[in-house]
Design a protein around this ligand. Structure first.
Ligand code: ADP
Length: 227
């Protein structure tokens, strides 16, 4: 099978993380979440973590050079050879340009944009709980209420999900990340998916989009139409 290289786009709360995790599992490729990488660094108290905590808690973005360095190193590891699912990167046009450079000579990226109205995003983030110990998102079906289904840790609100910070993250998304959709839109490997449906339906739509892009590529290779 040819390697599958996916980029998930979408506003905070669109469900990128959940879907990226599922796609990675089904395809047997690593999900690379830059948000998780940074949160782990904060938890571990590394220099990167110490430098990032305040920036993240206020909803701002970490600098492009740092993020590009992190992802470049991660994508050089052998487990990404069969492919990967990028979740949270690129988040700026500068990061997308750097990613294209890293991908030169390889198969094109498949870019999936999960679209959800802002009112629904705000509702989701306002009620989202995560485990204070392992960071897993709670799904509301935990065996012990208020405790993580995976490790039993206490469920808490993510620092950057509090009201004021969510508004700031939406603003930054509009300003810095939304232009990425225009950056990728004209590519034959770009697809938009309706994220305002049940998670399983979103997963099915994403799988269908990946299939369609793959078929387009095969047709293109055989000289056929790519769409
Ligand atoms: P979200 O739920 O908003 O999509 P993530 O978990 O992906 O959030 O990321 C949380 C925070 O980590 C971001 O608000 C930002 O501060 C930082 N971060 C993650 N990825 C990047 C990136 N590619 N560039 C800059 N900052 C990033």
């Amino acid at each position: 099978m040819s390697p599958i290289r996916l980029v998930m786009l979408g506003a905070p709360g669109a469900g990128k993380g959940t879907q990226a995790e599922r796609l990675g599992r089904v395809r047997g490729v690593p999900r690379i979440s830059t948000g998780d990488t940074l949160r782990e660094a904060v938890q571990a108290g590394t220099p990167l973590g110490r430098a990032s905590k305040q920036v993240m808690d206020s909803g701002q973005l970490i600098g492009d050079d740092i993020m590009i360095g992190i992802v470049k190193e991660r994508l050089s590891r052998p487990d990404t050879r069969p492919g990967f699912v990028l979740d949270g990167f690129p988040r700026t046009v500068a990061q997308a340009v750097a990613l294209d450079r890293l991908m030169a000579e390889r198969d094109p990226l498949i870019v999936l944009d999960i679209v959800v109205p802002e009112s629904e995003l705000a509702r989701r983030l306002g009620t989202r709980m995560i485990c204070g110990d392992c960071g897993t998102n709670a799904d509301g079906h935990e065996a012990v209420p208020g405790r993580c289904g995976k490790c039993g840790g206490p469920l808490v609100q993510r620092a950057d999900d509090s009201n004021g910070v969510v508004l700031e993250r939406f603003k930054i998304y509009q300003r810095a990340t939304k232009p990425l959709v225009e950056f990728y839109r004209e590519r034959s490997t770009f697809r938009s998916i309706n994220g305002a449906q049940a998670a399983d339906s979103v997963t099915a739509d994403l799988a269908a989009a990946i299939e369609a892009v793959g078929n387009g590529r095969l047709n293109a290779a055989g000289g056929g139409n790519t769409r």
